[in-house]
Design a protein around this ligand. Structure first.
Ligand SMILES: NC(=O)N[C@@H](CC(=O)O)C(=O)O
Length: 425
């Protein structure tokens, strides 16, 4: 195994130091380190962060390998600075059995670019009718701890209660896609002024808020852990704030796009802006940013949702919802939060690793810690060219935008997965 000596790098924004990576761990930190056998990297001007952890990634394998595979999604993740991703269950077949989650977990290991932690479905086939084999998935080689029907809401309150009760036995979490389906029938975008003007059926904020309110009460009632996926409204933030103040075991995520883009983008009728939950208003964005700073929202999760050209480049009404996220998340976080490195490390690495129970991830680079880390050049700016992305899909809403920050290198257990901004394999 090659050793790496990173000279003069700022660890999570602190004064520059040298970092020696050897045998999969951070072996030493300090001034003027030397290691004759090590490959030397100049870290001047760079920031070392604990490797980013994404709690919400769609990898599309099995079933839609034309849109993404575990390998291409893993490469996109490594290039985005990630060392671990949690793979959502809405594949085909659905990841609702030990067999499928083990397959995804094994494909992740074979790709060897990030740790791929499968998420299991809550209900059989995501149909919302019958609990999936949660215990068998938890006991499988993939050791599933997060369960989600993401893409669909577990709308039946009795099923949701049973799921929350069931996962308590192994300290599992139910990650809810909060969308009351009766309130979003036929919805195409956020319900508001813009949807009225465009004549598109709206997806009202209350459809999200009503489910979150119900679920925090259920989680409180059974004393179990709830995670809320892609929070998108100011009202949801208030519900979460109250629940957290009461001590409910609830955590929540926001996506980079919900921190930056508004429903006004729908005026272009470009389906690249169609996403679920939909892009909301500037007021929602302000509330989400404040909640993230405050900790009412615990983490940034990408909801990386690759889609094939034929599913995206069509009429708005027929396009699938979802946008790419892995290769641009850190840049959007930098744009939105500025160089608040401790906050970025907390919301994009430490907290998601803690929630998912991913030991070895989310730890600041320090002696003895597994070398899962990423090096960022905050001064660099880059133009996003969809054709240059490692994802197999092209549906980024940031095409041809200039974004701050560049991932220079990523290390997974001491081995580089990205060097000089390029994937190693
Ligand atoms: N977030 C999205 O817009 N899309 C997700 C699932 C979903 O939540 O609809 C996808 O799997 O494509």
């Amino acid at each position: 195994m090659t050793a790496y000596l990173i000279k003069s790098v700022s660890v999570v924004g602190a004064e520059p130091t040298d970092l020696l990576i050897r045998d999969g761990v951070v072996a030493e930190t300090g001034a003027a380190l030397s290691a004759p056998d090590a490959t030397v990297l100049d870290g001047t001007g760079l920031v070392a962060l604990p490797g980013l952890v994404d709690l919400h990634t769609h990898l599309r394998e099995p079933g839609r390998e034309d849109a993404e595979t575990v390998e291409t999604g893993s490469r996109a993740a490594a290039l985005g600075g990630y060392t671990a991703v949690c793979a959502m269950a809405n594949t085909s077949p659905v990841a609702d059995t030990a067999g499928v989650v083990e397959q995804v977990w094994r494909l992740g290991r074979e790709a060897g670019l990030v740790d791929v932690q499968p998420i299991g479905a809550v209900t059989v086939g995501l149909a919302g009718e019958q609990l999936a084999e949660l215990g068998a998935m938890a006991d499988s080689a993939a050791r599933v701890r997060i369960f989600s029907d993401d893409g669909h809401c577990v709308a039946d309150p009795k099923l949701m209660r049973r799921a929350l009760e069931y996962v308590k036995a192994f300290d599992g979490i139910i990650a809810q896609h909060a969308e009351e389906p009766r309130l979003t029938e036929g919805a195409q975008m956020h319900e508001g002024e813009v949807s009225t003007r465009l004549g598109l059926t709206g997806w009202p904020a209350v459809a999200e808020e009503a489910i979150i309110a119900r679920d925090v009460l259920l989680a409180e009632h059974v004393g179990s852990r709830l995670h809320v996926c892609h929070v998108s409204t100011a009202g949801s933030v208030e519900v979460l704030r109250q629940a957290k103040a009461r001590g409910v075991k609830v955590t929540a995520e926001v996506t980079p796009h919900h921190l930056l883009l508004t429903d006004a983008h729908a005026e272009t009728y470009d389906p690249v802006y169609k996403v679920n939950p939909p892009l909301r208003t500037a007021t929602d964005i302000a509330a989400l940013r404040a909640a993230l700073a405050e900790g009412v929202i615990d983490i940034i999760a990408t909801d990386h949702a690759p889609h094939a050209v034929e599913d995206k480049e069509c009429e708005w009404a027929y396009a699938r919802p979802g946008m790419l996220g892995l290769e641009t998340a850190l840049s959007i976080a930098l744009d939105v939060l500025g160089p608040q490195w401790d906050l970025i490390a907390e919301r994009m690495s430490r907290a998601p690793a803690r929630i998912a129970g991913l030991t070895g991830h989310g730890l600041d680079p320090a002696p003895g810690v597994p070398a899962n880390l990423t090096l960022v050049d905050p001064a660099a700016r880059r133009v996003i060219e969809p054709a240059e992305l490692a994802s197999r899909s092209r549906n980024t809403p940031y095409a041809r935008m200039t974004l701050p920050g560049r991932i220079v290198a990523t290390f997974l257990r001491g081995e580089p997965t990205v060097l000089d901004g390029k994937a190693i394999k």
